[in-house]
Design a binder for this molecule. Structure first.
Ligand SMILES: Cc1cc2nc3c(=O)[nH]c(=O)nc-3n(C[C@H](O)[C@H](O)[C@H](O)COP(=O)(O)OP(=O)(O)OC[C@H]3O[C@@H](n4cnc5c(N)ncnc54)[C@H](O)[C@@H]3O)c2cc1C
Length: 397
């Protein structure tokens, strides 16, 4: 076992951290107020290679692997959650499935403008009537006279209000009216019949726009299908699996930030004639924050390492790791569940250490506390992660 960073890792992390401190941290509050991440930040992150962390070199990516991608996502999240989510929806939720399942023509059309940060992508799965229950979506793609006619509504979609391109999941219906599974469609958002809702007002991550997509008799053809007809559910599950690992990295980044801000505050604020850090109750809160953070770090990094190490050795999602059979889908669910739960607890402690100041927008922990809740909901709720883990275990009983 070796948990040491290589010199290359250290150099990569240091330069990315320097960039985030210089370019992202100073504008995090402005991003929140503006309700969106400036286009220049998409472009600057793209120039640094952040857009292509997991994209093969032939499509302009760096293909650094999951562990390095995790380290970069953790650092970005430490400085601005909204930026992490908004660029993540474009570079990750949209571009990665295109790189993995798209045709050559689709990759040539969609990847360069998104990976350069010029255009924005999103992934539309959730609907007003179905979120956790992805199989229960009701948007349809009816096959009529050689074309698909898409109708339905998507909601809570990250980047929808600003997206140029989208992947949308629909139930496919044959000419005879028979349901033929779910299919992912890859479309421009200015196609006739598509309309985008206004940014929704929300509790946190206010700089990452969230909204609806309306599909009213949108025409699509075979070339607009991502992957194969009827494979949309599997493509979506693959995208969610990656998102869950990334949400582990987001949670860890926020925990790092909470510890940093809490130590700073506890080391300057006095009560009863001494620094609050000298009060044992406060010092113990920081101990609790540290152990939760380090537990997440270990599980997350090891899982990211396993995703890289066993990339081509998985059989139906199972790998043999230290003589144990590991279901990688369940392992990623464990990371997401543990990281988001602990991160919410750590944010709560950070606000508590700040006292009244922690309730004020002027202090960063107030934003972390509002933002972190999404980690327990997006990419599949905590309850769904528990389902995934328990189903995987019960299969092996
Ligand atoms: C800010 C934000 C950004 C988002 N971005 C995107 C995006 O980019 N693309 C996208 O497609 N979606 C996106 N979502 C949607 C998100 O993925 C869903 O909100 C989430 O999957 C939960 O679905 P739901 O809201 O319909 O809740 P529901 O599925 O209705 O769940 C409600 C409650 O019931 C519980 N529940 C449901 N089923 C079960 C079960 N079988 N067992 C136990 N408990 C259960 C849930 O855990 C939850 O507590 C976003 C959401 C938010 C808030």
């Amino acid at each position: 076992m070796n948990f040491e960073y290589t010199d290359e890792d250290k150099e990569f992390m240091q330069s990315f951290r320097n960039f985030c401190k210089k370019e992202i941290e100073p504008v995090a509050d402005e991003i929140e107020e503006a309700g969106r991440v400036p286009a220049e930040i998409f472009k600057k992150l793209a120039d640094l290679g952040y857009s292509g962390l997991l994209i093969p070199a032939e499509y302009g990516g760096l293909d650094l692997g999951y562990l390095r991608a995790t380290l970069a996502q953790e650092i970005l999240s430490e400085f601005c959650g909204s930026t992490f989510f908004s660029v993540g929806a474009s570079f990750g939720l949209f571009a990665l499935p295109v790189a993995e399942f798209g045709t050559e023509a689709q990759k040539r059309k969609y990847l360069p403008p998104v990976l350069s940060g010029e255009k924005v992508g999103c992934l539309g799965v959730t609907e007003p009537g179905a979120g956790s229950d992805v199989a229960g979506i009701t948007s349809t793609a009816r096959f009529v006279e050689g074309k698909y006619i898409l109708s339905g509504q998507k909601t809570y979609i990250t980047n929808a209000p600003i997206a140029d391109f989208m992947i949308v999941l629909c139930k496919t219906i044959s000419e005879e009216g028979k349901a033929t599974g779910q299919t992912s469609f890859l479309l421009e958002t200015d196609r006739k019949g598509v309309s985008l809702g206004k940014p929704m007002k929300k509790m946190g991550l206010r700089g990452s726009p969230t909204g609806e997509i309306f599909l009213e008799n949108v025409e699509a053809n075979e070339e607009d299908i991502l992957g194969r007809k009827g494979r949309g559910f599997l493509i979506t599950m693959e995208a969610f699996n990656r998102e869950r690992l990334a949400l582990g990295a987001y949670s860890l980044g926020v925990m790092n930030a909470c510890i940093r801000e809490s130590k700073k505050f506890a080391g300057t604020r006095k009560a009863f004639g001494k620094l609050i850090s000298k009060h044992q109750a406060v010092a113990h809160m920081i101990s609790d924050m540290i152990i939760k953070t380090e537990a997440v770090r270990l599980l997350l990094y090891e899982t990211a390492w396993m995703m890289d190490h066993y990339k081509d050795k998985q059989k139906k999602g199972m790998v043999l790791h230290n003589d144990l059979e590991v279901d990688m889908g369940a392992r990623v669910a464990e990371v997401k569940l543990m990281a988001s739960t602990y991160a919410r607890e750590v944010c709560n402690l950070a606000v508590q250490i700040h006292g009244g100041a922690g309730y004020m927008d002027e202090y960063k922990v107030s934003r972390y506390y509002r933002d972190i809740k999404l980690a327990e909901i997006g990419g599949g709720t905590s309850e769904i992660q528990k389902q995934i883990i328990s189903h995987s275990e019960s299969r092996r009983l």
